[in-house]
Design a protein around this ligand. Structure first.
Ligand code: ACO
Length: 331
């Protein structure tokens, strides 16, 4: 089974509850119907002004039967959500008045549903920017225990079977942290290892990439990657990793032998960790366009509960797939 079908099967088995904050958005409404009809979720909540959701659904010919419609900032949960938000953010100067206003924001309301267990997962980004989706997640859902940094990964699928796990690999970070520190890079590698287990169902083998292999070049950017590797070594991270490595030294066993002899990742890398967002974002798009790989994501990682961002150009099918993958990660 391919990546998408494996994730859909997992979501079907888990039967979790999803919240979609962009509830008046036509592609999102269509995706909600498909998710319920294909039994990928036990329940779906669309957030927004109920008349607007109903009007758009009628225009698009979508039956809203079985889908929960909630106007954020109102209803029986309002006081609980405002209070919780105020308590969480008062150390940052949040007032009760501002908390009431902030809780009318569908992204924050959706994140609060997930935080308090009224939904298991949230997907947004068909209308909102990545930064806005991330900020709602970071300030309300937060990172998982022991993880300081939220980041993202792509599953690159359908490549030649000699690469990664039968042609599938995890690339990270391609969407969140523009210029990670060494500590953040180490966190990105650890979260990616977890994503690799969840998405590819295989033991992670990560290469921390650079334009230098084992000290062949000297630059702050190289030192940063070397320091990240040192951090992972010192904390005895529970997966196989090596760096700093150039991409060919990481991927091609004969080049590993000449540039990084004895590297534990030789011939079996299934995770590529890029030194910054520029390299990661360009890297995944090159592999997608020039090598014809399928790029699934960005999937957010390191959060306490599952949340995903969408591209604003996402199709209905893209939204369904992202929701299924996000639901498949729910505990
Ligand atoms: N992990 C954990 N916490 C974080 C992170 C992170 N990566 N980034 C920010 N935070 C925390 C901050 O410390 C802050 O916490 P606090 O308010 O409790 O003190 C809170 O989250 C909010 O942070 P802000 O200062 O409002 O946000 P910031 O300006 O640092 O921006 C953001 C963070 C939104 C993640 C930013 O880095 C961003 O916009 N990244 C996306 C980059 C992008 O545009 N990518 C394009 C996508 S391309 C594609 O998808 C293929």
């Amino acid at each position: 089974m391919d990546f998408v079908n494996v994730m859909k099967a997992k979501a079907k088995t888990l039967q979790k509850i999803l919240v979609l904050p962009e509830g008046t958005e036509p592609r999102t409404i269509k995706a909600a119907r498909i998710l319920l009809d294909e039994r990928l979720a036990a329940g779906v909540t669309l957030l927004g002004k109920v008349e607007d959701i109903e009007k758009t659904a009628a225009k698009e010919g979508v039956d809203l039967g079985g889908i929960n419609l909630v106007f954020p900032g109102d209803g029986v949960k309002k006081d609980t959500y405002v209070r919780e938000y105020y308590e969480m953010r008062k150390h940052k100067g949040m007032t009760e008045e501002q908390a009431k206003i902030d809780m009318t924001d569908p992204l924050r309301w959706g994140a609060m549903m997930v935080h308090l267990g009224d939904a298991d997962a949230m997907v947004a980004g068909a209308e909102n920017t990545t930064g806005d989706v991330l900020r709602a997640g970071l300030t309300i859902i937060g990172t998982s225990q022991g993880v300081k940094t939220a980041s993202s990964c792509f599953v690159m699928a359908g490549m030649d079977a000699k690469w990664g796990a039968s042609g599938n690999m995890v690339f990270s970070d391609c969407a969140v942290i523009p210029d990670p520190t060494a500590e953040q890079l180490a966190d990105i590698a650890e979260s990616s290892a977890q994503s690799c287990r969840e998405f590819l169902n295989t033991e992670p083998v990560a290469a921390l990439l650079s334009f230098s292999t084992k000290g062949s070049a000297k630059h702050d950017n190289v030192t940063k990657v070397q320091n990240a590797v040192e951090i992972l070594r010192n904390k005895k991270a529970g997966f196989i990793f090596d760096g700093e490595l150039q991409a060919d030294a990481a991927l091609v066993p004969s080049v590993t032998d000449s540039k990084a002899p004895g590297s534990p990742v030789k011939g079996r890398v299934n995770i590529l960790i890029f030194p910054d967002l520029g390299a990661g974002n360009i890297g995944y798009k090159l592999v997608q366009r020039l090598a014809g790989a399928e790029a699934f994501g960005p999937f957010l990682q390191g959060f306490a509960k599952p949340i995903s961002d969408l591209s604003r150009g996402a199709s209905v099918d893209d939204i369904v797939i992202t929701c299924a993958v996000t639901l498949a990660r729910a505990k």
